[in-house]
Design a protein. Sequence first.
Length: 196
Amino acid sequence: MTWAPESSFSVRAISYPSRWFRWARDPGHAHRIAILSRTPVFAGLPRRLLGRLATKLFEKSYAAGEVIFHEGDPGKCLFVVLDGEIEILQQTNEGERRIVSFGPGTAFGELALIDNLPRSATARASVPSLLLMLYRTHFEALVGGDRAIAFVVMQNLLRMMAGYVRAANRAPASRPEAPGPASGAAAGVPGAPTSP
C-alpha cells in the first residue's frame, strides 16, 4: 500500500489563506480602504472594520454628464466618490443651480441611510467617475451585527446633520429677516442665531 497525501484538504487549507492575502494586498482594496478612512461618515473606524465595510460596497462607473440620481428619486443608498467629481444640482425657477461638487473621499446621499424620503437634489458626474455605493439594507445588516460600526457611523452622521443645520442658520439668503426687534435672539428665542 502506497501512501498518498490528502491533497484536497492540503490544497484547500493553503488556497484559502493565499486567496485572503491576495485580496488583502489588492491595490484596489487598499485604495478603497484609504478613501473610506478619509470619508467623514466613516471617520474613526479602525482598519479592520473598514475592511468589513468595504466588502458591503458596490463599485459603479459613471460617464461625464451621467445622472446618478434625480431630485425626487427614492433614496436607497449612500455614495462615496472613489475617483472623479460629482456635482449636486437643484432645480429652480431659473433652471438648474449647482449647489456643490464632490471629489474623491467625499460621501453624499447619506440621508438615505437614515430615512426613506426622496432625494432633495440631483447628482451628476461632471467627469468620468467611480463611486462606491452602500445600500441602506446592507448598512442596516452591517450595523445590526456590529455595535462599534453602528455607534461610530451614527455619531458621524449626527455631527454632519448638526453641521448642515448650523450652515443653514448662518446663510442669510436662506432665512428671511423680520423687521424690528422681534427676530432672532432679540426676541428671546432659544437657540436663535445671535449674528447674521
